[in-house]
Design a protein around this ligand. Structure first.
Ligand SMILES: *Cc1c(COP(=O)(O)O)cnc(C)c1O
Length: 386
């Protein structure tokens, strides 16, 4: 344990399982520890670093905006916020012309539930098994993992879970009380499970027919990760509400709830956020969204993602059950617990994530170099050879 690690251990809340690694700097898809060692980053800020670390456009926008104004609540108009809202909604499906701005994914989901209940005058929400939607009480109620939920009962009533990718189960679950169905296009935390097109399109049709709202949680899949700006673009889905966050502002904290035509306008003052839509986050986000488009990062994710999955599939190891993914959101399912393998990868200069107990998840910044991916594959080959 280094001095820094001891201080954190002494004073932190203790809610996180920590790795014995102190990251002090990053550039692109490379991270550096306190001793100057370099790592290839396939954690990608847990999905927040699609643009890579210290992206020059994001750095410049934050610096410039900080010198103008940092805080400006939404009771006032602001030039940077207006520019961001225009850009963000231009990237969303047609008709999604409005957004509620917040500071995190869980807040984006909370707002989605409120808009759905308010608009439909119904109470219930249907979520999916293995789904993850955040950790505040409302979003947590829609999150599946019992470990996260059980200690904090009672949660919000009216929320139930159905199996993912099983349309008939969803069809049976939606009734006259259903305000919304919330789905990820690819289940991230739940193990990198892409949704079937028939399922997601079927869910949209069911919601439309029965007066419920379809909420797509694009918090992890959004902003280029899966090879399109949003994963729904791969399927041609048009949700009523979409929750985004993570890479929205180039790594700076920000979330948004995008609203379709059917979503009602809330009465003034019944929802809000002090920091929501602050100019600093808006500047970071505007720069990040512009860079995402200008540098064709979604296309890059599609290309590099296919390459990565192809290369990973070539690894011959009795440990590997399968490789799956979409764009640069990749999961390697193995026959053992992933934790020791993640540690071994770290020792060899590659940082990766788990998704559940047995899936090794790779979420590299979309700016990652092909040579870096080759190195990741080579190291994985060594580590998974048993
Ligand atoms: C990370 C994540 C969230 C929660 O976002 P926070 O910013 O951590 O609150 C919600 N849904 C999905 C799909 C996520 O990946």
């Amino acid at each position: 344990m280094s001095k820094i690690q001891n201080i954190e251990n002494q004073h932190t809340s203790g809610v996180y399982a920590k790795r014995e690694l102190t990251i002090v700097r990053g550039e692109g898809a490379t991270l550096y520890d306190e001793d100057g060692n370099a790592y290839i980053d396939c954690v990608g800020g847990q999905g927040a670093a699609n643009l890579g670390h210290a992206h020059p456009k994001v750095v410049a926008a934050i610096t410039e905006q900080a010198q103008k104004i940092i805080s400006c609540p939404e009771m006032f108009y602001n030039d940077t916020r207006a520019a961001l809202l225009e850009k963000l909604t231009s990237l969303a499906p047609e008709g999604m012309d409005r957004a509620f701005l917040s500071n995190s994914g869980t807040e984006a989901v909370e707002a989605a539930f409120k808009f759905a209940r308010f608009s439909t005058k119904r109470t219930d929400i249907i979520a999916t098994m293995r789904g993850f939607h955040g950790r505040s009480m409302g979003a947590l109620s829609a999150t599946w993992n019992k470990k996260y939920r059980a200690p904090f009962q009672p949660l919000v009533p009216g929320i139930k879970h159905v199996p993912y990718n099983k349309l008939e189960k969803l069809e049976a679950a939606i009734d006259d009380n259903t305000a919304a169905v919330i789905l990820e296009a690819v289940q991230g935390e739940g193990g990198v499970h892409p949704g079937d097109a028939e399922y997601l399109l079927g869910a949209q049709k069911l919601c439309n027919e029965r007066g419920a709202m379809l909420i797509m949680d694009e918090i992890q899949t959004g902003f280029g990760r899966t090879g399109k700006i949003f994963a729904i673009d791969r399927y041609g889905i048009k949700p009523d509400i979409m929750a985004v966050a993570k890479s929205m502002a180039g790594g700076f904290p920000m979330g948004a709830t995008l609203l379709g035509e059917n979503v009602a306008e809330l009465d003034k003052g019944i929802h809000g956020s002090t920091f929501g839509g602050n100019p600093l986050a808006a500047a970071a986000s505007l720069a990040a969204l512009n860079a995402l488009v200008d540098e064709k990062l979604p296309e890059r994710a599609a290309e590099l993602g296919s390459y990565l999955v192809e290369e990973l599939k070539k690894i011959e190891s009795p440990l590997i059950r399968g490789v799956r993914g979409m764009g640069l959101m990749v999961g390697i399912e193995i026959k053992k617990k992933v934790a020791p393998y993640l540690k071994e990868l770290t020792a060899r200069g590659v940082l990766a994530l788990p998704a559940g107990m047995t899936v090794l998840r790779l979420l590299p910044p979309l700016v990652i170099e092909k040579e870096q991916l080759d190195e990741v594959v080579a190291v994985l080959k060594e580590v998974l050879a048993e």
